[in-house]
Design a protein around this ligand. Sequence first.
Ligand code: 5AD
Ligand code: SF4
Length: 476
Amino acid sequence: MDTIRMENAYINKIKQINKNGKYAVLTMGCQLNENDSEKIAGILKESGYEKTEDLSKANVIVFNTCCVRENAEDRLFGKLGEVKKYKEQNGTIIAIGGCMMQEKHIVNKLKESYPFVDIVFGPHTMQDFPKDLYESIVENKKIEDILDIDGNIIEGMPIVRDDKIKASVAIMNGCNNFCTYCIVPYVRGRERSRNPQDIYNEVLSLSKQGYKEVTLLGQNVNSYMVSEKNNGKDVNFEVKKEDGKIVTVNSFATLLKLINTIDGIERIRFISPHPKDFTDDVIEAIAESNKVCKLIHLPLQSGSTRVLKDMNRKYSKEQYLSLVEKIRSKIPDVEFSTDIIVGFPGETEEDFEDTLDVVIKVKYEQIFMFIYSRRVGTVADKMENQIDEKIKHERFNRLKKLAEEEIEEGNKKYVGTIQKVLVEGKSKTNEEIYTGRTETNKVVNFEGNNEMIGEIIPLKITSQHVWYLKGEAIKL
Ligand code: 5AD
Ligand code: SF4
């Protein structure tokens, strides 16, 4: 594990020339991408910029892109058209970072069709963004700062978090799985795990700042340290805790147990594990750790064994279902959420029905559904049996209908129960109503007050809807 501490030299240089500048960071991807955006915002804040939502007032606009699905590209190019006028009017610096910048055809398109973009940087060069920005301001030159090799783990990046109650903490970078539809291994490189002492220190500091919930992030969290182990490195890290005790961490299970001991943090989530790596020690660690939420995100992708094989997922429909059963038998009241792709090349009606069958059998709490999107450079993009767009959409709508029915039906089990809800704030649509989440990540709306924000309170669930539950405060 090669860890590098970030230097602040260029941040200080920008600070000296920056006069009340404003920044905007637009996040276009997953939670890891959001976490990176918080670090880009951290760099800009440290450099003396203030955040603005109004793009016309920003001196620096950063797009943090994603490339997992095609619609992210359409969004980026649409938005770039919009900010061009700010560049022309105000000389705004336009920077684009994130996974999409690792794709050569995209960077070429930017150079040809959007020459007003000042800085292009990738996920492996985020720590050099201050230098890129400084040079762009001072020398007014176009900068392309992309590394093709796996980046090191960078520690000590400043961070401005979007939320005061829940925080995400990256525990690893990259992916080794090469699911055939997925671009991530090509743009984020191979798996690299963070040193557990750095993870512990970050979560400890979050608890001191009053955060109640952490989500541990990685493309494949349950192979934390596996790649280092396979490369023959000694992964028995001795982590020194706040009370002076030393704990050995050498796997995802031991990391979960360590984070579970941090006072003040009341909920621990993690995304995403891979079903093939869901070992018994991880199941035991979840069962034993009172703060680890009993909602497991277990990406299915497809319910058809044949499609799963073509996707290179390394499990069958039966293996997935027996994993769910095994987890259910060891962790009382556990629930599941999932990711599903419809319309993978060669998916037949029968294959699709296998997916629907798994949805009916597992009874998920939440399903993230995606229409298969061809990604240049992946194995599936070269498959000849691509599915017609119309059929993809039809299947997507059928899955969505079933998922909504199942989820609403499943929500009935909450009515009349008392749920511990972490209160996040006021509802966006109604001033009187407060909103929070159950341990299983269900949104609950209820009449509350400001003092409840950031607290976990018991609520009696009074009714169920597809996307949320209604509750009322009770006195215990
Ligand atoms: N098309 C559609 N969905 C995809 N995902 C990843 N790659 C693709 C693709 N090419 C989905 C998977 C993954 C989630 C983050 O995005 O379901 O779990
Ligand atoms: Fe993509 Fe598969 Fe890696 Fe997830 S596990 S990031 S879907 S290649």
